[in-house]
Design a protein around this ligand. Sequence first.
Ligand code: ADP
Length: 397
Amino acid sequence: MNVLVINCGSSSLKYQLINTDTEEVLAKGLCERIGMDGSVLTHQPAGKDKVTIQAPMPDHKVAVSMVIDSLTDKNYGVVDSLDAIDAVGHRVVHGGESFSEAIKINDEVIEAIKECNDLAPLHNPANLIGIDACQALMPDVPMVAVFDTAFHQTMPVKAYLYGLPYEYYEKYKVRRYGFHGTSHSYVSKRAAEILGKDYNNFKVIVCHLGNGASISAVCNGKCVDTSMGLTPLEGLIMGTRSGDLDPAILEFICKKENISIEEMNTVLNKKSGVLGMSGVSSDFRDLTAARDAGNKRAADTLDTYAYNVAKYIGSYVAAMNGVDAIVFTAGVGENTQSVRKAVSEYFGYLGTEIDDEKNAVRGEEIVISKPGSKVALMVVPTNEELAIARETLALVK
Ligand code: ADP
């Protein structure tokens, strides 16, 4: 079966066509600047040259139509016709408390997703536009929604309730939801498989460290806690997001800088994190280069980042009363060995030690702790698209 995986943003659309029999990516690509001047589609068919198509994309329907044309093109296409697309899997950011797993899309599901728009105003409406565009062009193809929040719905009350008046939870559903769920689910399962452990009898902490970053505690196959909250702003220090703060800082800075709460929100989402702290970059390649060149602020930023990750891991060891494996994934987790090394140095007390030679590898599945370590340290590259394709297949076959 061929599953088209769609990840739709407000002005962008990422796609992958995956053959679920072989789990091969037949083609992938990205539409950028949808609804703006200079829209462009980059299409990468497997084993062929990348194609860049510059053409107006006034809306997402036009973008999806261009994606279909590229997938079926005589020269750079990978399937003969639209009929070869058997199902579409859509990444949807927020499923609120309504969705604890992926679901086949129908009118009722679309209404329920709309009800979560309030919780993710930047993401869910864009995801719905993508669903609508695909349905218009492929009315007979089954579609599935796979939610970023779903995997975390198993968290117990004590992990998701904030220390706020309870009425805010009752009236507005203000609670911890967590994100990157598809990645946390995929990586935690893979870690158990690689170690030859029973997923249902396994305690694992997944550190998804990308531009956005979150950590989750997965105990016996169920997420029991995660660092992102009502929104993806909570938790770790990220590329450009602040993560956890004293909430009183917001009013303090707003008054000092004479800015609105909306402007403060932009600062917290776009100008903070390792970018704001270092003044260098949100990219860990630039940051490590700056540190190695003697930039003290970059060094302090990287120390603070690792300390912050380690504190979360420590709290999740407590939450699960133990841990079998600590896993690094996503852009930084897969590639930045100095971050893995710095984090692992806090965990000698758990009876684990990093193997520097193994830690030198990049982007492959590997155990990076020394043999005999009580807790395995691992790198497991995430693959959210494959996870979405698998969930889609499971619901439509
Ligand atoms: P997201 O999906 O949240 O945008 P990614 O998981 O792609 O983020 O991670 C992006 C980050 O990963 C980059 O900002 C950079 O810091 C880091 N990164 C990516 N590739 C490398 C690399 N080869 N070496 C070091 N860091 C890398």
